[in-house]
Design a protein around this ligand. Sequence first.
Ligand code: IPM
Ligand code: MG
Length: 358
Amino acid sequence: MTTKNIFVLPGDGIGPEVVAPALEVLQKVASKTGFDVSISEGLVGGVAIDATGSPLPEETVAQAKQADAVLLGGVGGPQWDHLSTDKRPEKGLLGLRSELGLFANLRPALAFGPLAQASSLKPELVANLDILIVRELTGGIYFGEPRGIETRAGQRVGFNTLVYSEQEIERIARVGFELAQKRNGRLCSVDKANVLEVSQLWREVVTSVHGDYQDVELSHMYVDNAAMQLVRTPKQFDVLVTGNMFGDILSDVAAMLTGSLGMLPSASLAASGVGLYEPVHGTAPDITGKGIANPLATILSVAMMCRYSLDQAAAADAIEVAVSACLQDGYRTEDIRGHSKDQVVGTQAMADLVMEKL
Ligand code: IPM
Ligand code: MG
């Protein structure tokens, strides 16, 4: 039997609470579909700062590079908010993305039928919504230089740089086109080309890459309009491709369409090498330790891991079907409760239900 090495970074806040049951689901699906998993654990984010002084210890990067896939919970929390940008927990995650070359971030927003009521939009606008945001993850304003805060003419100014090279644009565009080919054949590239030169180049490069993917219908949209269209008629989209910061913002919007940020998985992929999987929701300090966090985003991230890094498509399908069945049966965590007849369950109970369905 093949053994897959999974490197786990529970991180901060609810991270450990959602990662543990998601790993149980992985073990269960592996034994059902016929592969072995070997799990090792490391430190990133606030817990890494507390233990080693660094949000991303060198050992963590080395171990991640050896693994078949990395599963991450979340990083950050109020107790580390006073630290400077380069010492904060978030720096651990950003460093990991960069060190592992994880330039393509896939954030599917899938509205499970039974959850249409939990969305802040009218159920008919979101029922069966299935869109995919492809976010560039290792460039743009998150990493651009120069950056900093300095004193100019007697007052402090803060500055960052939004920079993309043709090569960076081209490789993320290809990911977008290829995924659109496998889905409904439509790609919308999101930029701010009416104001920013970097976006003009973005649009030009995406348009020229389109030549290699004639079967995909390409459109362009300004980011402000895209934010509006996402809450107006979200089902008009199939795949969206965009830069790092626009993708950060739009993926939170898209997440909420599905009912809860607690439902959204993500995959971060490199040109070759290890992939990283994490829930989009973050560390939720307000509910940490209460046992009520929704484990489904992490469980669905494990499904993405099976599909994109472990070559176990059957396992991925099985997890997604099981999650769907639990929702169909009316089980809900606190964040997605809608009707009074919903059966509200905690983190572990929800994971146990998913495992029963497997
Ligand atoms: C995300 C998060 C991160 C980001 C933070 C935690 C650095 O918001 O993954 O969307 O901004 O990329
Ligand atoms: Mg974000």
